[in-house]
Design a protein around this ligand. Structure first.
Ligand SMILES: Cc1cc2nc3c(=O)[nH]c(=O)nc-3n(C[C@H](O)[C@H](O)[C@H](O)COP(=O)(O)OP(=O)(O)OC[C@H]3O[C@@H](n4cnc5c(N)ncnc54)[C@H](O)[C@@H]3O)c2cc1C
Length: 416
């Protein structure tokens, strides 16, 4: 519920600008930030959304939108717009070991009848941010959060740098870190020694750092309605068709292998990924349509859901689930839905919001994060991936069980 609140005094010399009714500032306009902004705006909160890029923009991602995301889009009022963007409906995902052994997981096992969706992040994120604007969210693009504001040792907003180099302060009663894996506001809070150490021990680190690559390709030799995952030494990658007769190819690989090839994605594909027989078949004639994007990935797992008073994290900022096993976009949408509910039920009572959010968050995600971490570790060992794929190919029951477990919550949604 929107409340009329007093304008608060800030420390330091900078003025508060952009101010009308300072309520909620969300930093980051990925699926977590935009969906939270839409949900809160729909409930009458005054929301500001701050994003460093100008949309539409390409984003490194497998671009596989799990079927359970579609009901979220429907609730957000953006489903039709997203479907109109013309992505590919995915009926099954097929996992290929290097030698060709494979196992298929139909999309309907995750719910719904129309399958998963494969659509560029450029399109999906653009449609979400436009919906946020239409709901009355005040959106600032090309505005990078560079600092947190504090008042009486509590977070009271963010400091942003605009494209023209000017800096502004945006006051807010609640501030949300939706900056993705970068976890920008959480790190800023930590620097100021406000980060809570709780849950740090849960953070799992990869043994070696990884690098993710992605491009859009023309001329792939891939059946329609299919997503394929290829395992190879030091990583795995996913291929699926998206809109405009293109396909998205996104892969993860150990950083030491990337160094060996001087970061040349094309060479890595030919020398490493093509050792997976099926990848060689589908990709041999493919041509990149956009430049390769690359990001380094330092770790997976839970960070903290509330790094300081009045500051909350959603999506990858709260926890980064392993790509290709878990669904990061689904977690982004689900965590935003949980946080929106906690904020709406507790108005601006930060302690209450934190307590509820923490409980619902861990009930929902803890077991799936654990399972997906285990699957990722196995995926990096070719013998293990071959063994698991072969074993699973004999049992549909085991495949179903594993697929469901990657989405499971401790309470089976009873907290809804
Ligand atoms: C290799 C790889 C493949 C993946 N494949 C899939 C997949 O196929 N399916 C799936 O569901 N998930 C996948 N994921 C995970 C998925 O991309 C994330 O889980 C999802 O994007 C998280 O959404 P988010 O909104 O939390 O963060 P993001 O989508 O990362 O959005 C964060 C936003 O914050 C902005 N931002 C960052 N810093 C600042 C700042 N200082 N100021 C202002 N704005 C800022 C960024 O520009 C960005 O727009 C993959 C991830 C990787 C690494």
């Amino acid at each position: 519920m929107r409340k009329k609140i007093k304008r608060k005094r800030t420390r330091g010399k900078s003025k508060i600008t952009f101010m009308k009714k300072p309520e909620i500032a969300i930093v980051g306009a990925g699926p977590a930030g935009t969906s939270l902004a839409i949900r809160l705006a729909m409930r009458g909160f005054a929301v500001r959304l701050i994003e460093r890029e100008k949309f539409p923009r390409h984003k490194l991602c497998g671009e596989f939108i799990s079927p359970e995301c579609l009901p979220h889009f429907s609730e957000l009022g953006v489903l039709d717009s997203i479907l109109e963007a013309g992505g590919e409906r995915i009926a099954e995902t097929v996992f290929y070991a290097p030698g060709g052994a494979n196992v298929a997981v139909p999309s309907y096992w995750f719910g719904g009848n129309s399958g998963a969706l494969s659509l560029s992040r450029a399109e999906m994120d653009f449609r979400l941010i436009n919906k946020a604007k239409a709901c009355g969210v005040e959106v600032f693009e090309e505005a990078q959060a560079i600092g947190l504001l504090f008042e009486n040792e509590e977070v009271s907003g963010v400091k942003v740098k605009l494209k023209n180099g000017e800096t502004k302060e945006i006051a807010a009663r609640l501030t949300i870190d939706a900056t993705g894996r970068a976890n920008v506001l959480g790190k800023l809070a930590e620097k100021r020694s406000f980060a809570k150490t709780e849950n740090r021990s849960r953070k799992t680190k990869t043994q070696a750092r990884l690098v993710g690559f992605k491009t859009h390709l023309e001329n792939v030799d891939l059946e329609k309605k299919r997503c394929e995952i290829y395992f190879y030494r030091g990583g795995y990658g996913g291929l699926s068709r998206i809109e405009n007769d293109l396909a998205n190819f996104c892969f993860l690989i150990k950083a030491d292998l990337v160094k060996q090839f001087n970061g040349d994605a094309g060479k890595i594909v030919e020398e490493i990924i093509f050792r997976n027989r099926r990848a060689r078949e589908t990709l041999k004639n493919a041509v990149p349509f956009i430049d390769w994007l690359a990001v380094s990935i330092e770790g997976f797992g839970v960070k903290t859901v509330s790094p300081a008073k009045n500051l909350f994290a959603v999506g990858d900022s709260a926890a980064f689930i392993d790509p290709f096993t878990g669904s990061g976009m689904l977690m982004a949408l689900e965590s935003a839905e949980i946080l929106a509910r906690c904020i709406a039920n507790n108005s601006f009572a930060a302690e209450q919001i934190e307590e509820n959010y923490r409980i619902f968050y861990f009930n929902k995600f803890q077991s799936r994060l654990r399972l997906c971490a285990w699957l990722r570790r196995a995926a990096f060992v070719p013998q293990a991936s071959r063994f698991i794929i072969t074993a699973l190919s004999f049992s549909e029951k085991a495949r179903r069980f594993l697929a469901h477990s990657t989405r499971q919550s401790l309470t089976d949604n009873k907290n809804k």
